[in-house]
Design a protein around this ligand. Structure first.
Ligand code: SF4
Ligand code: SF4
Length: 310
């Protein structure tokens, strides 16, 4: 269905068009400057094939679009992967207290919809002594005011940035791919909303925008990345990107900074002195659903009393 923006103009996006809206009607329904933007957006090449000049034009177009919508300057960058960097993530289950501060830091940093609610991180409450990997049956709706509860531990789950990601293989539009630094990204301008990637992901890490995402204007994080936290559209899929807008600029993901007990570790898997390498080399780490051979770059461990023997 065609959408109307705040000034009452019809807005027709790629998904609407692909679902059968008439392109002639799309063009004539828009004022000239908006029609230009529509055609530029619709005819945009695949992101990985864009020249530097093309990317600069795309970013400018989006910055104008978002700045008008949110009534403040919004920057959209496309910082590239650094050489010799593959990101890895560690989670110390023994430390996590299930407070969910990581969840809320992630929502704010990455401009996730508040209503309908989208959260890229899920924290699962698990009974001590029970089978560890039963993600589907674990309690994700526990009361965070009561944590930590005796007899339970907490296991946060988010995109595992798999080295062999089934979500990427499932996408018929090549709208999602793995970058050189290991981050699996989605181009919201190419996603056609078929949700095949969601079905393919064994970790429930992808989320669909059933409605236009709702972010309070005053809470919008205006520092965005094209492949990350820029505002999304109705009908597209999104997921954790290790805070691509921060990590590629040498900063920790927001969840790492927000965790009050230091349960979250992050760094370059190729750097022997990184925090993540320390965790992998000194603790008995494991990866979720290892048997599926998705090769997550996300490692779990119990950091207390679980050091590897020298
Ligand atoms: S966790 Fe899911 S969304 Fe993330 S890379 Fe793996 S299969 Fe894809
Ligand atoms: S912020 Fe840290 S302690 Fe709290 S739920 Fe997240 S990982 Fe666990």
């Amino acid at each position: 269905m065609n959408k109307k923006n705040k000034s009452g103009e019809k807005k027709i996006d790629r998904r609407t068009f692909l679902k059968g809206a008439a392109i002639g009607a799309a063009a004539v329904a828009l004022p000239l400057d908006k029609a230009d933007a529509f055609w530029e957006s619709f005819l945009q090449k695949h992101f990985t094939e864009l020249s530097e000049a093309d990317i600069a034009k795309v970013l400018k177009r989006l910055e104008n679009e978002y700045s008008q919508e949110y009534k403040k300057p919004v920057s959209v960058n496309a910082t590239k992967p650094q050489e010799n960097v593959i990101y890895g993530y560690g989670l110390d289950i023994a430390r996590c207290i299930g407070c969910r501060r990581c969840v809320h830091a992630c929502v704010t940093e990455n401009n996730q919809s508040r209503d309908p609610e989208i959260q890229w991180i899920t924290v699962l409450k698990m009974k001590k002594g029970e089978k560890l990997y039963d993600l589907e049956k674990s309690d994700r709706y526990y009361n965070p005011d009561l944590v930590p509860e005796p007899g339970y531990f907490y296991m946060p789950v988010q995109c595992q940035q798999c080295a062999d990601p089934p979500c990427v293989k499932a996408c018929p539009a090549t709208a999602t791919w793995k970058e050189k630094d290991g981050i699996v990204v989605v181009d919201y301008n190419w996603c056609i909303g078929c949700r095949y990637c969601m079905a393919a992901c064994p970790y429930g890490a992808r989320h669909f925008n059933w409605a236009k995402p709702n972010i309070p204007v005053e809470e919008l994080n205006a520092n965005t990345h094209y492949l990350g936290n820029r505002p999304r559209y109705k009908g597209v899929v999104e997921k954790c990107t290790f805070c691509i807008q921060r990590s590629r600029n040498g900063r920790y993901p927001a969840c790492v900074e927000a965790c009050p007990v230091g349960a979250r570790k992050f760094g370059n898997l190729l750097d022997p002195n990184s925090e993540i390498r320390y965790c992998i080399e000194n603790y008995r780490v494991f990866r979720l659903k290892e048997e599926l051979n998705t090769k997550p770059q996300f490692y779990y461990f119990f950091g207390v009393g679980n050091r590897r023997k020298p």
